[in-house]
Design a protein around this ligand. Structure first.
Ligand SMILES: Cc1cc2nc3c(=O)[nH]c(=O)nc-3n(C[C@H](O)[C@H](O)[C@H](O)COP(=O)(O)OP(=O)(O)OC[C@H]3O[C@@H](n4cnc5c(N)ncnc54)[C@H](O)[C@@H]3O)c2cc1C
Length: 465
């Protein structure tokens, strides 16, 4: 037996650095600053168990790789970091991500959910490790390398994570790619949903500039509509079209008082704020945000920074909140209380102005279709909370204006129906991301973006090498 002592792995993760709470309250500076130096990164990498290292990852993938929607082999990235092979680590990251600086900052970390280190301690902080390397070591040498021009042209509608990822991989195949975006900014929810303090615009814009340098054309303020539709796009010489229009239409609770002034939707509030459009003056106002996802926590944290007194009401418990654990703890740290097991039943208004919310307490029942316990109202538990402004953040769906010529098959959730190749009912027109799945995550849209680029490449008559 070897005399060498096996090093015991720490159960506790090396934490990233956060902007102190006091500093956050009045500005929009990035909150999670990541790791500061390589020593911290190496220490965190050393906690990795290198699961199934001796086996072919295509046959027996490590849990991190299996859980990640992009199937990025994080075990190998970590090993390369430990071996000092930074170029190889970067190469693996950019094989899956066109704009990893943005993605790793806001990734919920599916890779961590079954991490072996997480079974008896903290999971490895994989997104933060990857973030450190893409932040500090620049692009891999072949980032701007594309195959020779194929003469084929693809039009992408929508410049969110789905559209940007597909554009990157299609351009690398040698196709001409044009992205048409309704708004005057590029990035979808990365630009108009997620606030600066979680994803600085300078980071996103730097990565979009790289995509422009790759030869991808961007046309902003171009709305898919009756005048600019799949027929006119094909007529103008494109060989395939990809729809990635996301879910930008607010879903409302449909309760009394909702039409009053002072009832807003989180994605409209965040979009207007991010685009520097006019928003209601929230300073000094009592704001109730309804919901438990990222839209709810982001809207609440923006309103708080603008000087409002903010509370969130959510109908289930903390464990069921769709927002990430880190986002929830940062929200609470910033002085935004979350009232759990609480659901609004009516918005009380006077002269069309919101005055308060009638709420009812909930208890949790059997699991519903989403796999979460169903919230059930407790009879006789009604109570009232004062409010000047209510921000609903319960969900959103695709805005299908312009797509109403009945040629597209649409699901009962107002999303595009696609087959296993992401093809819509119109030949040559593909769709993906949130407008197909309903609201999900950036990394899921990114994973689909690469898969759809492969499908379009094959549709155009080429083989994947
Ligand atoms: C507030 C908020 C916070 C979030 N936080 C996180 C997070 O922390 N982590 C995470 O992983 N996910 C998060 N998400 C979810 C994530 O942003 C989405 O899942 C992801 O952006 C979906 O990508 P997409 O490309 O399908 O759509 P989108 O990002 O929505 O992009 C769609 C694009 O299409 C454009 N478009 C729409 N209609 C048209 C048209 N007719 N013509 C032309 N262009 C059109 C839109 O303007 C938009 O730019 C968050 C979402 C929100 C709303």
């Amino acid at each position: 037996m070897s005399n060498q002592k096996k090093k015991v792995k720490s159960k506790i993760a090396i934490k990233t650095h956060l902007l102190p709470v006091e500093e956050r309250k009045t500005n929009f500076k990035e909150v999670n600053l990541g790791y500061f130096d390589e020593k911290e990164v190496i220490k965190e990498c050393e906690r990795c168990f290198q699961c199934y290292k001796k086996q072919d990852p295509n046959v027996k993938p490590p849990p991190c790789m299996e859980q990640c929607p992009t199937h990025c082999n994080s075990r190998e990235i970590i090993q390369n970091i430990l071996d000092g092979n930074v170029d190889e680590a970067l190469k693996i990251i950019y094989e899956h991500y066109a704009f990893p600086k943005s993605v790793e900052r806001i990734c919920p970390g599916f890779c961590q959910t079954k991490c072996t280190a997480g079974k008896k301690g903290d999971p490895i902080q994989i997104p933060h490790l990857k973030r450190y390397f893409v932040d500090h070591y620049g692009l891999p040498n072949d980032y701007f390398k594309c195959e020779p021009d194929t003469g084929k042209k693809v039009a992408i509608i929508g410049s969110g994570p789905l559209g940007l990822t597909a554009a990157y991989f299609l351009r690398k195949f040698g196709h001409g790619v044009s992205v048409f975006e309704k708004l005057d900014v590029i990035g979808g929810m990365l630009a108009v949903g997620i606030p600066e303090f979680r994803l600085p615009k300078a980071i996103l814009n730097e990565e979009i500039e790289n995509l422009k340098k790759l030869g991808i054309k961007f046309v902003t303020n171009k709305n898919y509509s009756k005048e600019f539709n799949y027929k006119t796009i094909f007529e103008s010489g494109f060989d395939a079209i990809l729809l990635g229009i996301g879910t930008h239409k607010s879903k409302w609770m449909k309760i009394p008082g909702e039409e009053s002034k002072g009832v807003l939707h989180a994605i409209d509030f965040l979009r207007d704020f991010n685009l520097e459009n006019e928003i209601p003056d929230v300073s000094g106002k009592k704001i109730i945000v309804v919901g438990g996802g990222s839209s709810a926590t982001d809207a609440a944290r923006v309103a708080k920074r603008l000087g409002a007194d903010v509370n969130i009401v959510y109908r289930r418990q903390k464990e069921q909140m769709p927002a990430g654990e880190q986002e929830i703890s940062e929200t609470e740290e910033e002085g935004i209380p979350i009232l759990f097991l609480t659901n609004p039943s009516e918005f009380i208004c006077c002269d069309d102005e919101v005055e308060s919310i009638n709420c009812i307490k909930m208890e949790l029942g059997e699991l519903d279709k989403s796999g979460r316990p169903r919230p059930i109202p407790i009879e006789g538990s009604e109570f009232n909370i004062d409010a000047d402004i209510i921000i609903e953040a319960i969900s959103q769906e695709p805005d299908l204006t312009g797509f109403d010529d009945k040629k597209f098959e649409i699901s009962r959730w107002n999303t595009f129906e696609v087959d296993e190749h992401y093809s819509t009912t119109i030949p040559g027109v593909f769709a993906g991301g949130d407008c197909v799945t309903g609201p999900k995550t950036v990394v899921e849209a990114v994973a689909q973006g690469k898969e759809i680029a492969n499908e379009i490449h094959k549709y155009l008559g080429f083989e994947i090498s």
